[in-house]
Design a protein around this ligand. Structure first.
Ligand code: FE2
Length: 206
């Protein structure tokens, strides 16, 4: 026998958001800094770089592709919740940027981070982020009242990008680093981001 799924509606998810705020400055990176300088294999370094680059590029892209969903809100509650998905993005960016600047310690601008990230990502990443997401957002922004355009966008944004790609990446990297007792600050930041993402995905499923 399977239990019925409980879907949180926009109002409940908004309440969760109010209670689940976190502060990127409370994440401690001292152990990470020591380990980064002395204890990480090339393989582990590469893993962290690839996780960071996906986050940076995804974060940058998503931030500019969100207005359509806010315009497509069908109730006051939904109109309050949708912008919270975007408002947690700066936390993601500042957490990953803090790690790059304080731990990796390679002084560079955000643009340079993203440029490096783009080089490390392949063509299939571009297919989803540069083409599918952009096209779905344009369609929704042009017709916010069109339910098919909304379902298309929500499917690509919340279910393909955040759920399938995002959560898989978070699960993999946080488990790997935790099991190997590496980079506790990075894991802490990722866990907070992961938690925020679950709320956004909950909205997409609803
Ligand atoms: Fe999200």
């Amino acid at each position: 026998m399977t239990a019925a799924a409980h879907l949180h509606d926009a109002q409940e998810l908004y309440r969760h958001w109010e209670h689940e705020q976190w502060n990127t400055w409370s994440i401690h990176l001292a152990v990470d800094r020591d380990q980064w300088q002395s204890a990480l294999s090339d393989e582990d370094n590469g893993l962290v770089y690839s996780a960071l680059s996906s986050l940076m590029v995804a974060g940058e892209w998503i931030t500019t592709k969100f207005a359509g969903l806010v315009m497509a809100a069908e109730s006051e509650e939904e109109g309050s919740f949708s912008p919270t998905s975007r408002s947690t993005r700066p936390g993601t960016c500042s957490s990953t940027r803090g790690f790059q600047n304080e731990v990796i310690d390679a002084p560079a601008t955000i643009a340079a981070h993203v440029a490096r990230s783009r080089e490390q990502l392949g063509e299939s990443f571009a297919v989803i982020f540069d083409y599918a997401l952009v096209a779905a957002h344009e369609r929704l922004a042009a017709s916010p009242a069109d339910p098919l355009a909304k379902v298309d966008f929500v499917t690509i944004y919340h279910l393909v990008i955040e759920r399938t790609l995002g959560l898989t990446a978070f699960e993999f990297i946080t488990h790997y680093l935790t099991n190997n007792e590496l980079l506790p600050g990075f894991v802490d930041g990722c866990s907070h981001i992961h938690h925020d993402e679950q709320r956004h995905i909950g909205y997409g499923v609803w």
